[in-house]
Design a protein around this ligand. Structure first.
Ligand SMILES: [Zn+2]
Length: 278
């Protein structure tokens, strides 16, 4: 099994959105904000090559909205999904499975293109696309707080093409990749747990989006249930220490992964690189 991180966009987000109740005087020790209180981020998708599958986790923003929309995402560099896959040495038609952790725009927007004639095209047209049923239901009828992050045209063409697969419970969906389901950030966020035969990795998406978010109380203000998110994180981190599960970060510009340690102060993330077993 080979894990290949690919970056589709560099962008920025308000530091207060990223760190919730944690004041800037604390989080700015770990990450530099610009004069507008914006912090740099990436959309780091993950390709997983196994003997007979090529799995993609997430797809970045895509390019379907108008300039004004992306202006407020402060995108400084957009590689785009198809090109990022090409740069890794593959073609999007080779992808067998796409896993969406959830359907917020920065996670699934790149999976469907809008063509000049107004029609839609599934980028990974030969792939099964996996999402939790709870998240799909939430995205189709969003609450007002999350509505601005969901767009039907990001995923509907996949559903119409018969390529969407719904996950109802925590299970192995591809050999070597099972999913955990957590609800603090959004309903039914699905987190791939990858066992490469040597070690385990959790692709931690918006559950633990960066190294700075390893501390359980460092919860983003966009999480729909922050106390639940905190508790879910504490329980998971304990098991990550016991089972030696490392994290792969979707949004951390500087750190692609970390190991979890527990010391007298609590949980700590030790930055590392994604090392492959083959
Ligand atoms: Zn999200």
């Amino acid at each position: 099994m080979k894990l290949i991180p690919i970056i589709t966009e560099h962008w920025k987000i308000d530091g207060g959105v990223a760190f919730g109740v944690i004041p800037r005087s604390l989080w700015s020790r770990y990450i530099n904000a610009d004069e507008n209180n914006l912090i740099p981020m990436v959309n780091r998708c993950l390709l997983i090559q196994t003997e007979n599958r090529l799995v993609l986790i997430e797809s970045g923003f895509g390019k379907k909205r108008d300039d004004r929309y992306y202006q407020f995402k402060y995108i400084s560099k957009q590689i785009g999904l198809e090109q990022a896959i090409q740069q890794a040495g593959f073609d999007c038609r080779q992808i067998t499975d796409v896993i969406f952790t959830h359907l917020h725009d920065d996670h699934c927007g790149g999976a469907v293109n809008r063509l000049e004639n107004g029609s839609y095209e599934v980028v990974c047209r030969n792939a099964k696309h996996w999402v939790s049923k709870a998240q799909w239901d939430s995205a189709m009828q969003p609450n007002k707080r999350e509505a601005a992050a969901y767009y039907n045209d990001n995923v509907y063409a996949i559903y119409e093409a018969g390529l969407m697969r719904f996950v109802e419970k925590e299970e192995e969906i591809v050999p070597g990749i099972s999913v955990l389901i957590r609800n603090g950030h959004t309903a039914g966020q699905m987190l791939p747990l990858i066992d490469d035969g040597i070690r385990k990795w959790l692709y931690s998406s918006d559950f633990i989006p960066s190294l700075s978010h390893v501390s359980p109380v460092w919860v983003a203000s966009v999480d729909i249930e922050p106390i639940l998110a905190l508790n879910e994180k504490e329980v998971f981190l304990e098991s990550a220490v016991q089972q030696n599960i490392s994290l792969i970060f979707e949004h951390d510009l500087e750190n692609e992964a970390c190991q979890i340690l527990k010391n007298l102060k609590g949980f700590e993330g030790l930055a590392c690189e994604i090392k492959n077993t083959i």
